[in-house]
Design a protein around this ligand. Structure first.
Ligand code: GLN
Length: 545
């Protein structure tokens, strides 16, 4: 069977949740026994989102191969449980960069280099590379941005050409649109959808299927109207209503028959969907037996998307414990040691988030100290782990003014320091320690208890590390180094023994938590937070250790 390509565009407005719809359709097709991947085409000029501020772009999602990518790839991995790579995220910046490099090498043989055909060819070649790998039956291509945007045009044109080249029977165009409700008129309105389909059709990419986001259900009359004016069959108008949890979306889309229509139109050999485990997971989220309050301490907390994967991993860890996790978002620069009890006194677990730069850093030290002194389960991720090391150095190991050289280059005790290979790096894009690295675990540790393994691998994104020259001082005063990179002896996990659950990790475990495999550190963090809140541990949680 030749690979099928499903192109997903969005209309009317941004933020319709195209990534979730793609991930949901991907999950439904996988549940039917197909091999699926998703590729995101992003129409901005940055080569990747790695250099963007979290306020601009939300979280930067890192893949095993060390690509810094769009946060939608996190949804793809969480829903599909397949690994993505650099190939799964293409930006206009990368396309132009590659085309310009080819031009410099003289590969265009004296031709004038133009958007059409050179840029569109480059876009197609990225899509086809995934399709031709032989690894997938279906490649879902999510075109970022909104139809009608100037910067999306080369992508739409490339997808039009792709349909022509690989054959219409091998491709499908799905358009996600909005059907807004006007309360003054008391009606759902189809006109924005009609316009956006018209714009898309003018570019030669008429949709075969519509997914209509709406706050209210679409009755037959409105579906007929949309079908008639958008030139699709009635059953090709599907509705996507707001859901309480993103994890319900695949089930809702299945009810709407989206996967059925896709399979029929593409002639895919598909079995009946097996969504048993997925449904069980959704049930756990919808009907929790417990609740637990967790403080998430960070500097971008007004912008929850900056911590997308952490939030989802907490939900996964909660589900494993039949527990709803209430996140208390704490702006780190509002915290100091004296007000910690007032601000986070009601939580049963404290997570100090990753980050860069010194804004709010003292608040993070305060949160760590509060967790350490009050036996509150603590989970430090990347910068959060580094803060835990610094706090321990200062207040337990007696290394006065210990710090990271990121915040104080002159500190007498640089317990966190720039990695040697980073010293001469001046370029910012793609130059951190990125992607998957091994980590061996000490047997008698909380980490080992969670992972139940001697050797793991996790994804990284940082320039600084625990300074091995000061490791002895920290170890002597009781900080345990429980995870080490075997090749370079870098400290990847720290713990405090005499504490119910105090774990700091240099890597980003949140990036590998999926619905099928909730991350064991998050599961155990929630489990111990439940214990702290005096809730009897549910049976399922006991089974996870
Ligand atoms: N700023 C720290 C470093 O570069 C931590 C990075 C992070 O939290 N991702 O090492």
């Amino acid at each position: 069977m030749s690979t099928k390509y499903i192109v997903v565009t969005g209309g009317v407005t941004s933020s319709l949740g195209k990534g979730i719809i793609c991930a949901s359709l991907g999950r439904l097709l996988i549940a039917r026994g197909l091999r699926v991947t998703i590729q995101k085409l992003d129409p901005y000029i940055n080569v990747d989102p790695g250099t963007m501020n979290p306020y601009e772009h939300g979280e930067v999602y890192v893949t095993d191969d060390g690509a810094e990518t769009d946060l939608d790839l996190g949804h793809y991995e969480r829903f599909l449980d397949v690994n993505t790579s650099q190939e799964n995220n293409v930006t206009t910046g990368r396309i132009y960069y590659d085309v310009i490099m080819k031009e410099r090498r003289g590969e265009f043989l004296g031709k004038t280099v133009q958007v059409i055909p050179h840029i569109t060819d480059e876009i197609k070649s990225h899509v086809l590379r995934l399709g031709n790998s032989g690894d997938y039956d279906v490649v879902l291509v999510e075109v970022g941005g909104t139809v009608g945007d100037i910067e999306s045009l080369p992508y739409i044109e490339a997808m039009r050409q792709l349909r022509y080249e690989v054959g219409r029977k091998n491709t499908l165009s799905i358009h996600l649109t909005l059907v807004p409700y006007l309360s003054a008129a008391g009606e759902l309105k189809t006109k924005p959808t009609q316009h956006s389909v018209k714009t898309l059709s003018e570019s030669g990419l008429s949709p075969d299927l519509l997914v209509c986001r709406s706050e209210y259900s679409l009755d037959q009359t409105i579906r007929k109207k949309i079908a008639q004016f958008c030139n699709v069959d009635l059953e090709d108008v599907t509705a996507s209503l707001d859901a309480d949890s993103i994890y319900e979306v695949p089930l809702l889309m299945q009810k709407e028959g989206l996967d059925e229509r896709v399979i029929e139109k593409l002639g895919l050999p598909a079995k009946n969907a097996d969504l048993k485990r997925w449904t069980e997971f959704v049930e756990r989220i919808k009907y929790p037996q417990h609740e637990v309050n967790i403080a998430l301490v960070g500097k971008y907390v007004e912008h929850h998307d900056a911590y997308k994967s952490i939030v989802e991993a907490l939900i996964h860890g909660g589900a494993m414990n039949h527990t709803k996790v209430n996140i208390k978002w704490i702006q780190s620069d509002h915290l100091d040691y004296n007000n910690t009890a007032d601000i986070i006194g009601d939580v049963s677990g404290i997570l100090v988030a990753p980050g860069f730069g010194d804004r709010g850093i003292d608040g993070k030290f305060a949160a760590v100290r509060y967790a350490r002194e009050n036996d509150i389960p603590f989970f430090g991720i990347c910068l959060g782990m580094q803060c835990a090391v610094i706090e321990y150095a200062r207040n337990v190991a007696g290394l006065e003014d210990a710090n990271s050289t990121e915040f104080d280059p002159e500190t007498p005790y640089p317990v966190i320091d720039l990695m040697p290979e980073q010293v001469n790096i001046v370029e910012k894009g793609g130059t951190m320690r990125l992607g998957k690295y091994d980590c061996s675990l000490l047997e008698d540790s909380k980490a080992h208890e969670a992972y139940q393994s001697d050797l793991i691998d996790e994804r990284h994104r940082h320039r600084y590390e625990l300074n091995n020259e000061l490791r002895d001082n920290l170890e002597k005063s009781g900080l345990k180094m429980t995870g080490l990179n075997p090749e370079r002896d870098l400290v990847e996990i720290i713990e405090i023994e005499d504490h119910p659950w105090f774990v700091g990790v240099q890597f980003h475990p949140e990036l590998k938590s999926t619905v099928s495999k909730p991350h064991p550190l998050f599961t155990n963090f929630i489990k111990h937070s439940l214990l702290k809140s005096d809730i009897e541990i549910p049976k399922a949680a006991k089974e996870t250790t």
